[in-house]
Ligand binder design. Structure first.
Ligand code: GLN
Length: 237
């Protein structure tokens, strides 16, 4: 079985090891005997019909500005796919832009797709450091955050987890990220997936389930991944 992974804007949106998420997805699929096909989506391209997993990374404000126009063009297709339950992982910059908008510290508004009912405004300081959250579904999730944006979720949207160490979405509540259908939006760089294999396997299982395949994943030896997780969780902020 070939799993098609759509990597959105790998040139403009790829910070703090985000690309490692693609490696974690492809390796863990290949170790289970599946083939992978990574589509590196660049502005101006068409989104193929068969997409099994969507991934989008973070970016500087300038990178977000560069993709704004193109993102608008593909917003409808992305909405259809996310609404249809395609497993999706969005980090920081693209998490923000899958919402309504990101307003920079200079007051410039970068329009998002509006697929997720949330908006982001730059706060007075950058929020930087290791972060530990508690997720209802995945338990402890660790990563690294570096953003100026403060994100506010619309009513009815649930955060990805609750912040235990670090800042997360905003200055008003302890939420981090968002979960909507099979889409996860989060501020966790690091990259998140190699250190949190449960999240990787959720994306993989959901992709296989959507294709009518068995979701009985062969267990892997996660000793290295678990060690990386533990070290990240124990690092002082
Ligand atoms: N430019 C955005 C912010 O600072 C996103 C940063 C990121 O993707 N790390 O909030």
């Amino acid at each position: 079985m070939t799993i098609n992974i759509l990597h959105l804007y790998p040139k403009e949106m790829n910070l703090y090891g985000d690309h490692g998420n693609i490696l974690a997805l492809t390796r863990r699929l290949e170790w289970r005997g599946h083939k992978t096909n990574v589509i590196h989506y660049e502005p101006g391209m068409e989104i193929p019909k068969d997409v099994d997993i969507i991934f989008g990374g973070g970016g500087q404000d300038s990178g977000q500005g560069k993709i704004e126009k193109d993102l608008k063009k593909i917003a409808k297709v992305l909405k259809e796919k996310i609404e249809a339950g395609v497993p999706t992982l969005l980090i920081c910059g693209l998490y923000q832009l899958m919402g309504k908008y990101f307003e920079t510290a200079e007051g410039q508004r970068i329009e998002g797709t509006g697929v997720l009912d949330l908006y982001t405004k730059a706060g007075p300081t950058r929020l930087i450091g290791n972060i530990v959250i508690d997720s209802e579904v995945f338990g402890e999730v660790v990563g690294y955050e570096n953003h100026s944006g403060l994100t506010y979720l619309g009513e009815g949207l649930k955060p990805f987890g609750e912040v235990k160490i670090g800042d997360g979405n905003n200055d008003k509540d302890s939420g981090e990220g968002v979960r909507y259908k099979n889409c996860i939006g989060t501020y966790l760089h690091g990259p998140i997936l190699p250190k949190n294999p449960k999240v990787t396997d959720f994306l993989i299982k959901t992709a296989l389930k959507n294709k009518g395949e068995s979701i009985d994943l062969r267990p892997l030896d996660d000793a290295v991944e678990n060690k990386a997780h533990k070290v990240a969780a124990s690092r002082p902020r």
